[in-house]
Design a protein around this ligand. Structure first.
Ligand code: COA
Length: 133
């Protein structure tokens, strides 16, 4: 997972490894997508807010494998597992500058439920939520 993350140019180097202690929790859900033995995408979620939601805190797909439904499949699996574990919704923070995931969220029926302004407009955080039905 860390190796995939290092190759995703949108992310700062080490942005996940700096937070590994946060992930030492029983609720952690880590999904890795592979193709022909190569790890090409990942999703990390855990129970951060203790309100019935699971927080999809990190995820990404290697550039050369994008636009082929890899993230959609990871997200489907994530929703299925979260539902089986009894969560009622998924929450996800993203930024103005992450246009691909914004498109994904808007077109897949996620709702905006929060906003955190940042110094740089492109870094403004937007909180999305989707109910698990
Ligand atoms: C966002 C990301 C995970 C999408 O991965 P992917 O495997 O290419 O996504 P999919 O092929 O499953 O596409 C799903 C949907 O995302 C949106 N999307 C994906 N790439 C897009 C693009 N280049 N432009 C616009 N929308 C895009 C579309 O809504 C697409 O659905 P459609 O194919 O029906 O139009 C990938 O672009 C990525 O890793 N981005 C950088 C990291 C990031 O933003 N992570 C998100 C967590 S904050």
């Amino acid at each position: 997972m860390l190796k995939i993350d290092e190759k995703i140019k949108e992310f700062d180097p080490g942005h996940i490894s700096a937070k590994l202690d946060k992930f030492n929790v029983p609720s952690l859900i880590v999904l890795i997508a592979s193709e022909n033995g190569i790890d090409i995408g990942y999703s990390i979620s855990y129970d951060e807010f203790h309100d019935g939601s699971i927080h999809a805190c990190y995820g990404g797909v290697l550039h050369e494998y994008r636009g082929k439904g890899v993230y959609s499949k990871l997200a489907e699996k994530r929703a299925q597992i979260a539902k089986e574990k009894g969560y009622t919704s998924i929450k996800l923070y993203t930024r103005n500058k992450r246009r691909e995931i914004l498109t994904y969220l808007i077109t897949r029926g996620w709702n905006i439920m929060g906003f955190i302004p940042k110094k740089d407009l492109e870094d403004n955080r937007i909180l999305f939520e989707k109910q698990l039905v």
